[in-house]
Design a protein around this ligand. Sequence first.
Ligand SMILES: [Zn+2]
Ligand SMILES: [Zn+2]
Length: 398
Amino acid sequence: MSIPQTLITQAIAWRRAFHAAPELGFEEHTTAQRIASLLLSFGLEVNREFAVTAVVGTLRNGPGPVIGLRADMDALPIQELGQCEYRSVYPGRMHACGHDGHSAILLAAAAHLSATRQFSGTVHFIFQPAEENLAGGQKMVEDGLFEHFPMDAIYALHNWPGLPEGHIVVNAGPMMASQDTFEITLTGKSCHAAMPESGADPIIAAAQLIMGLQTISSRRVSPKDAIVISVTQLNAGEVINSIPETATLRGTVRCLSPQVRTTAISIMEDMVRQIPAGFGVAGRLSYRSGYPVTLNDPQAAAAAYRAAIEVVGPARATFGAEPSMAAEDFAFMLQVCPGAYLWLGAGDDAGTVGLHHPHYDFNDAIIETGVNLWTRLIEQSCPLHGTPAQLNMTQGIS
Ligand SMILES: [Zn+2]
Ligand SMILES: [Zn+2]
């Protein structure tokens, strides 16, 4: 059953209202209130007990699988420079990542599935706070989302500028990288710059260590495994003629495999201990694990792909693409529940601006595809009669 155009028009209006009133992570009170009222008006049960501002709407329609669909609600601390009529009314805040669109798509899917009910099972519509940097998804997991609402599978999508409008990409494996940060403190012995033999130079140790860390990707990890280690800050010294006592390095590590991530941390610990020691300098590593690898379950990815080819056709659906080295906190949910994260193409015209850009504005033309995708995924995963159909995975895979 196709999605009524009146619902798509309504979803565009919701999206623009969210866009005009963006709220930052864990402060999405007005957005959450609006979402909760709409879900209640569609006849869903509503839970607001998770992660400060999260909203979970539940639609029960007989026995069958329990599927979660997740959207994010938060905006970014960026000043909007676009001049659309629904631009942000708050200085220094904007929906620069399209979470306004993700929420509108999920709301419209809830309205449509509740009205049509061509499935047998339960759907949890999960509106998550604080995807940007604050790990709202992790907070929902820690607050017991999956104990309170056990699910057979969970799905999320992200609009993707640079991918042709309405194309859908899903991988049976990594979609997005892990995102960790580190700080390394090097402690030597200060001395006059003209008499280096009387001290221990942390800057020389830092230089060697930075080059050493770059060999992890080239010498210690297989060339087939993606990893990025970037030292982005180096602070040391106050005067031109004195060797300082300490140097501090900071940076970030991105990986596409949990095993490579674990290996990299262990090698970094060894290097931070051993390389500075050769210069009489002590090294200490403080490593902060951030978002994990966004790792799709192969079966869930296949189910999502099956829905995608029905909605957009095999020519516009891709199963297996290059993952992104950016990160996504839906990864925390995928660690405890099988599922899949998809990209929905937002357009690849020359004028398309990227996510987190001050001129970014979610492309309303992809809302209908998003609503269709969620609807078909639920109808296929929770069929009214019999078991979910299996996809012939030799079809249409490039
Ligand atoms: Zn973002
Ligand atoms: Zn985002």
